[in-house]
Write a protein that binds this ligand. Structure first.
Ligand code: FES
Length: 142
């Protein structure tokens, strides 16, 4: 039941309420069938960020990150980035951040490598995304 509440919180964050929330939420007769399903951003992932834009300029500095479309994008070195879902594989909370050298969930302290591998609290990895930098444009895609 507790994971159902977490999923509800996630769907509500997308603006779904009442009957529409229930309809999206696995169907009324199969609520328990998706209890352990991993949560990922709802839409297909393929977007770009302009690193000259002040909103994303943090990505020009190693160790910094931005969150866009519930994806945490981190600058992990001078030449590479990492992108993972903001939704934690441990309890489904949208509280994953980058703490300078690994991903970290503020809910219960789970840690994940830059490749999304679970390091503590949970054994489940984070959903990861590909990144590609062309000039000052960073593409994040599935
Ligand atoms: S939900 Fe992230 S550590 Fe529990």
């Amino acid at each position: 039941m507790q994971s159902n509440m977490k999923r509800n919180e996630f769907l509500k964050s997308l603006g779904l309420k009442g009957a529409s929330l229930l309809a999206v939420y696995c169907g009324a007769s199969a609520l328990s069938s998706c209890e352990n399903e991993a949560l990922t951003p709802a839409s297909a992932v393929d977007f770009t960020l302009d690193l000259t834009n002040a909103s994303y300029a943090a990505l020009n500095t190693v160790g910094k990150y931005v969150i866009y479309n519930q994806i945490v994008i981190a600058r992990v070195s001078t030449t590479s980035f990492a992108a993972v879902t903001q939704i934690c594989s441990h309890g489904g909370k949208a509280q994953v951040i980058y703490n300078g050298n690994k991903f970290y969930c503020n809910a219960h302290g789970a840690t994940f490598s830059t490749t999304g591998a679970a390091l503590s609290v949970t054994s489940k990895p984070l959903t990861t995304y590909q990144t590609a930098l062309t000039g000052t444009t960073l593409r994040i895609y599935a």
